[in-house]
Design a protein around this ligand. Sequence first.
Ligand code: ADP
Length: 383
Amino acid sequence: MLVLVLNAGSSSLKYSLRRFDPTQPGAGGVKIAKGIVEQIGESEVADHLQAFDIVSGELAEVLGGRTVDAVGHRVVHGGERFTGPALIDNEIIRAIEQLNELAPLHNPPGVQCLRAATRAWPKVPQVAVFDTSFHRTLPEPAWRYALPDELYRRYGIRRYGFHGTSVHYVGQRAAEMLGVPWEKFDGVIAHLGNGASVTAVKHGRSVDTSMGFTPLEGLVMGTRSGDVDPGVLVFLLRKGYDADKLDSLLNRDSGFKALAGHNDMRAITEAAAAGNEEAELALEIAAHRLARYIGGCHVACTGAQAVVLTGGIGENSAPFRARLLTKLGPLGISLDAAANEEATGMDEGLRISTPDSVIEVLVIPTDEERAIAEATLALVGLP
Ligand code: ADP
């Protein structure tokens, strides 16, 4: 059984092809091909349709005469409608397209790829897996903004949360590591990549998360600001900024890029270690805010059994993790420095807290593509 996963980002298209053993569908299958088309819109690849053509060309070579049995698509925003993976048909594609307005940077590429893939493989079942679905369990005090109800009813302005597929996946791995059933797992999960968010999980359900209406709220990210006083936006509007300028300021020209000049965490930690003050301050700002959110999520899940770190930074940056954990001392967390140095680019999870740490800290590699493939298979069923 061959499952293709397509992951359309704002300027990239990733794919991965997995073979599943029909007797062990939950075992994740074996990855037999993967690839990425990058710099879409900034290079000779003009848009995601062209990127899709490149990907389907590469796949045709890998597949020889075979066809894929199912396609799983990552879709960022599922709004309130999509509380779980959805089998694609035209009505579903239109419904996802209606959500483009909520995630103008992230959803349109996904929709383009959905259309292209259903045209290219009309007989193959296709499934959309949403970043927002895992957060469908957010309680109302966590998802409501203190704004007039009219804005929610008219525009759907509320907190949705993102990174759900990754959080669910590493959360389950964390529960396995702790030896507790998923339904009894309480923890704080920080997905730290170019986009970054923290989620509070109580009894295996999302109960709070740092991203909101869009993937812009919360932490300091690669090029996104995370939290700013909304009053700043009103001030800038009065200074002549328009929507596009604000959008690009907050999404593309802020975060580590604004604070340290670029968004490569390895280079930033190296610069800070070499005495660069800008880089040092950027790391302190990001770690300070992250620690504050982790403390908040610890409260939101009524006491975490574990803090879990994942994503490119969480999985690989020992210096950033050490900086963060020093700030988590008041939660009774203490760092095992040797284990922390060891935890880089692993296939398995690793504990980086000392045995007497009140809360365990785990580094667990995420695998969104595997999670999407498994969700796709679960919906499509085995032949
Ligand atoms: P995305 O959100 O785009 O999927 P990733 O999860 O790949 O992003 O994370 C990207 C981030 O991870 C970047 O900030 C990058 O600098 C950082 N990163 C990747 N590898 C390392 C490493 N070996 N050491 C430190 N940081 C790393």
